[in-house]
Design a protein around this ligand. Structure first.
Ligand SMILES: *Cc1c(COP(=O)(O)O)cnc(C)c1O
Length: 501
């Protein structure tokens, strides 16, 4: 039902409740006991439910009735005088269940957390052309593995390989499901059964139980720890290299920073050491920027082309972090190595589907056509656009929204506009933050812990749920990522703060 998108979700939520009867309208005094609970069929025939049946269909209403009756039976068994044991409450419970069931689990939300590329909220929004390519690939047969010129079978990778090589200077490229898969595949194809020296400072967890030592074990390689957490020198790697060594590796420290008394071998040095020993040198770069971030007033973020120039023979990056494309793991490097990676059986298991390939191609084309025009690039790629928004423009959005928010919260909370800092997220530029502005909602009264939770929960219950961040006794809504502010405003009339907030 709700697959028709956001508008339909709004409709479901905004027309709820669908059929609430007025008090006294249903049966004698409306009080129910275990013995007088109506049957499923009796409820299905109630005039009050006919509107819901027409709207939702008979099967969903029946399911909601069964679940609500079961819940009520349980509550009556525990407490025969339960407050829920009234006909109007039962109908309201059925209605709430119907609405909840009609909404998809994968909901569109407003991400006002202050983290631009939020892994739990789906990372990068896609460019319009990428969305169009994705929809096209979903709707029609496409040349995912087909060469139009010859009419013969083609390779999935051919669609993006040339673009990736042009953009990064790599000899060859292959694409899998995500960067975690890319790391697993590279290690499996190039290092299974052999040793891989890794700095102790790079034995990291990237999140969601993706830990380098575990991935190494999965890939069947032997991890050889070198150096220390804060300092690893070139000689540590040199001492670890022997006839069992498969390759040298550098894992980019993306979601943390080691600061202070630190040392690490440069990619140039590692590249040279790998070459001297005829070994591949693999760099897991993670974040995947393709253009210099200095252009946007941001700190330098290492580019895959820089790692390749420095001597990396294989580099892997994410498609949906700084690159701003769909979830993908992009592997770039020497043709001989990419060929070995492509032939590994895991490649087939980890491959991307046509929707992703289409969206990735469209995203890469934007880079190819506008790489030397930072403004144009930022206007076409939402991830870059959000990073590039001027604080003054964000503040102006806040000033537009402030009166409506104050009105929506009334006496319940004070709403102010305050300077704040956004972060890019997903392990990109972890220590550096972007100047931004936030609407700060501070609950009135003393029980502020309870108050902030109630406010955050009311915002999450809006037709398009609003996700903020609780900090310093207030709910912060960072406006850097709010581009559809009219839509945001319109739904504020549906804000329902519970009475005990
Ligand atoms: C994010 C990241 C990964 C995992 O990439 P996914 O695309 O999330 O699978 C691996 N390595 C590094 C260094 C990362 O930053």
């Amino acid at each position: 039902m709700c697959w028709r998108g956001t508008d339909h979700c709004n409709e479901i939520l905004m027309t709820s409740p669908t059929f609430l009867p007025r008090a006294g309208e249903t049966g004698s005094d409306g009080v129910l006991t275990l013995r007088t609970l109506p049957s499923v069929d009796a409820l299905l025939n109630l005039p009050e439910l006919q509107h819901a049946i027409a709207g939702h269909g008979r099967a969903p209403v029946k399911r909601a009735i069964q679940a609500s009756l079961a819940a009520l039976r349980k509550s009556l068994a525990a407490d025969a005088s339960s407050d829920d044991a009234r006909m109007d409450r039962l109908l309201a419970a059925i209605d709430a269940r119907l609405v909840a069931d009609a909404l998809p689990r994968l909901r569109r939300v407003f991400n006002l957390t202050g983290t631009l590329i939020h892994t739990n909220l789906g990372r990068s929004p896609l460019a319009e052309t990428a969305i169009a390519a994705l929809v096209d690939a979903a709707r029609h047969p496409v040349t995912i593995e087909y060469q139009l010129a010859s009419g013969e079978r083609g390779e999935r990778d051919e669609i993006t390989e040339q673009l990736l090589c042009e953009l990064t200077g790599a000899e060859a490229a292959t694409v899998v499901n995500n960067n975690a898969a890319a790391v697993l595949l590279v290690l499996s194809a190039l290092a299974a059964g052999r040793e891989v020296p890794i700095s102790r400072g790079e034995l990291i967890e990237i999140g969601g139980s993706f830990r380098i030592p575990d991935i190494m074990a999965m890939a069947g390689c032997k991890l050889v720890e070198v150096g220390t957490t804060n300092r690893t020198h070139l000689r540590d790697y040199a001492n670890a290299v022997n006839e069992h060594t498969a390759m040298l590796t550098r894992i980019h420290a993306s979601n943390y920073a080691i600061v202070g008394f630190t040392a690490s071998a440069s990619e140039q040095e590692l590249g040279a050491l790998a070459r001297e020993n005829a070994l591949p040198f693999f760099v897991d770069l993670g974040s995947g920027a393709l253009v210099p971030f200095e252009r946007y007033g941001l700190p330098h973020e290492q580019l895959p082309q820089e790692s390749l120039r420095a001597g990396a023979s294989v580099v892997s990056i994410s498609g949906d972090k700084l690159l701003g494309g769909p979830q993908a793991g992009i592997i770039l490097g020497k043709k001989s190595l990419i060929d070995r990676i492509r032939k590994h059986p895991l490649k087939r298991a980890l491959r991307c589907d046509k929707l992703i390939v289409g969206a990735l191609e469209a995203t890469l084309r934007i880079y190819r056509d506008h790489a030397d025009d930072p403004e144009q690039l930022a206007s076409l790629l939402p991830a870059l656009r959000l990073m590039n928004r001027e604080p003054a423009a964000i503040r102006a959005t806040g000033e537009r929204l402030l009166p409506a928010l104050r009105q929506a919260f009334g006496e319940r909370a004070a709403v102010t506009l305050q300077a704040s800092r956004s972060q890019i997220g997903s392990g990109s530029l972890p220590v550096d933050r972007l100047d931004s502005w936030s609407l700060v909602i501070t609950p009135a009264g003393r029980r502020s812990g309870h108050g902030t939770a109630a406010i955050a929960s009311a915002l999450r219950a809006l037709p398009v749920p609003v996700i903020g961040r609780v900090k310093d006794g207030a709910v912060w809504l960072d406006l850097r990522t709010l581009e559809q502010d009219t839509e945001f405003l319109q739904q504020l009339t549906h804000l329902k703060l519970s009475a005990n907030a």
